[in-house]
Design a protein around this ligand. Structure first.
Ligand code: SF4
Length: 358
């Protein structure tokens, strides 16, 4: 019989499973805590459950273990970038960032990405597969275990489009949120999307108080289409309508991510157009100096343009901040470390991972 990945079970599913094993369901509380809070990797570490039950668990299940292949640490700010191996040998990235208000982890939701944004290294190798909820939560467990740091905030902004892996992402948020597990409040969780409109509406109905971030990056559909293929499917108006519904149902402010690309979207006219689009919305703009990727065609906007852009938006009443650049001395841009790994394993170890044919 194939063993079950026990990390993938919700608390209710675990209770049912324990009963199927002929045991009292209260053991599910102990086991859930051991796995999701104490982060144990061996059933024998579950010291308050009987040896017989531990044996039954070992026979029928396994604890998901993700392997750290590489960890780069920034000398400038302590940012830690992890290359993590999944059980099928695909690799993903997670980043631990240290802020005054606590530690934030940026997690991946897919192996590769289908969305094809031109400024992003994560999409260069195509799409392989979506992550399971346990593989998303597993990034937190692995990074906490490895670093000894406690994580208080999560951003779904790593490799992949979270709303393209909707069910697993929602399940992972609920698992991370669960009081017997990591117990991280939904308000400490941000989910970033390039604008999959139908799933923004779905998310609004989920009754999860997470922060929604929209990767907008342009103020007209024409300009957006130049860098983001998703703009061929959904217009900015359709995205903003979905955002308004999200705000109406959740009462949460939306964050708009805007990567400033030199000569592409960093003019005063762009800033004014953005302010006009967001007029009357509970919104916040987060300006991101675009990461220059290897063989990429886009250049980071100069400091002066970034400052002017921010000042223009703020003077129009749109709350705007510039994202602090963390880990600038390591491969911090999303997808870069994985890409290097793929190039290396391709060259030296053969095809160790599954590569998309798309
Ligand atoms: S920016 Fe996000 S959605 Fe776009 S290709 Fe990269 S990972 Fe995918």
């Amino acid at each position: 019989m194939e063993k079950i990945n026990i990390n993938e079970l919700t608390f209710e599913e675990l209770e049912k499973f324990i009963e199927e094993l002929g045991e009292k369901k209260f053991h599910a509380r102990q086991i859930f805590k051991w796995i999701h809070r104490e982060k144990v990797l061996d059933f024998d570490q579950m010291t308050d459950i009987s040896k017989a039950l531990r044996e039954k668990l070992r026979e029928r299940t396994y604890i998901l273990e993700l392997k750290v292949l590489e960890c780069q640490v920034s000398k400038k700010d302590g940012t830690m970038k992890f290359l993590i191996e999944l059980p099928d040998h695909n690799a993903i990235e997670s980043v631990l960032m240290k802020y005054n208000h606590g530690n934030t982890i940026c997690v991946s939701s897919q192996v590769g990405c289908k969305m094809g944004c031109k400024f992003c290294a994560s999409t260069k190798e195509g799409f392989v597969r979506s992550l399971l909820a346990s593989e998303i939560e597993g990034q937190l467990l692995t990074v906490e275990r490895y670093s000894g740091e406690k994580i208080s905030n999560i951003v779904y902004m790593g490799i992949g489009e979270p709303l393209d892996n909707y069910d697993n992402v929602i399940k992972s948020i609920r698992q991370i949120n669960y009081p017997l597990g990591l117990n991280i409040g939904a308000r400490h969780i941000s989910l970033s999307t390039c604008g999959l409109v139908p799933n923004i509406y779905r998310l609004a109905e989920e009754n999860i108080q997470c922060t929604l971030s929209i990767s907008l990056h342009a103020t007209t559909d024409k300009k957006r289409r130049e860098t983001m293929p998703i703009a061929n499917k959904y217009t900015i108006k359709e995205i903003l309508d979905a955002c308004k519904e999200y705000i109406r149902l959740t009462g949460r402010r939306i964050s708009f991510e805007y990567a400033l690309i030199y000569g592409q979207n960093d003019s005063r006219e762009d800033a004014l157009a953005l302010a006009k689009l967001l007029r009357g919305m509970i919104a916040h703009v987060n300006l991101i100096p675009v990461n220059e990727i290897k063989n990429g065609i886009y250049k980071k906007a100069p400091e002066k343009n970034i400052e002017n852009f921010m000042n223009t938006l703020n003077s129009c009443g749109v709350v705007t901040t510039v994202r602090r650049e963390l880990g600038s001395d390591i491969d911090a841009a999303c997808g870069q470390l994985r890409k290097k790994y793929i190039d290396k394993t391709d060259q030296f170890e053969g095809k160790k991972y599954t590569k998309s044919e798309e």
